[in-house]
Design a protein around this ligand. Sequence first.
Ligand code: SF4
Length: 248
Amino acid sequence: MAGRGAAKPSTKKSARRSAANADLPFELPQVAPSLKGRATRLLAALDEYYGDAVCELDFTQPHELLVATILSAQATDVGVNKATPALFEAFPTPADYAASTPEEIEPYIRTIGLFRNKAKAIHAAMSVVTETFGGEVPRTMDELLTLRGVARKTANVVLSTAYGIHMGVVVDTHVARLAVRLGLVDGGTTVPQIERRLMAMFPRDRWGDLSHMLIWHGRRACKARGAACSTHPICQKFGSCCELRDQA
Ligand code: SF4
């Protein structure tokens, strides 16, 4: 058990962290300095190789990003980007979705999995955006979470990508897989816990970039199957993470 002398600096440090993240609804976990160092080196390597990483969903307005992100659940960004030009042309504003029915939205997204449920979610979300938020996609996590089809992952995408507001880290299937493989979290860590640990490890103003860069690495090199462990420069630097090295 730590004595009184040892506890004091830790309390001050914790208070500073709380003040910096006072708008977050939860405390971030403590992270060992060695792990923070690893995260810092990883971020530098990601910056070097994926410095131009951006969200790969096509959009020009926040509500279009929200719609595209709802559509992207269990679907590829490529598939979503094929469907959205016609959808966005038919429904230029949130009010246009609100004035329609889910059945009128369905034909535009029929090529995307779970399209019936997604049409209902888009219609419901855009109706609330129109009627409650004056036609503007809200800029707070709590308000976004009131929209149908929107959980933390989608809200984080919209807040960081459309508005530059960092309230969390997007943890999709790629980010969750890489967080384990890169040794940032233990296997079996839940998605909410992965998000909090990444938030604690990386600077807040980089949370959005971090998600994009990990997603790019997950799509291009560290794939679920056929990871490019022996060839990618990032992997040569951080390859000790690699459970799949022998199979690559
Ligand atoms: S070494 Fe392999 S497991 Fe590790 S990040 Fe690279 S591709 Fe992924």
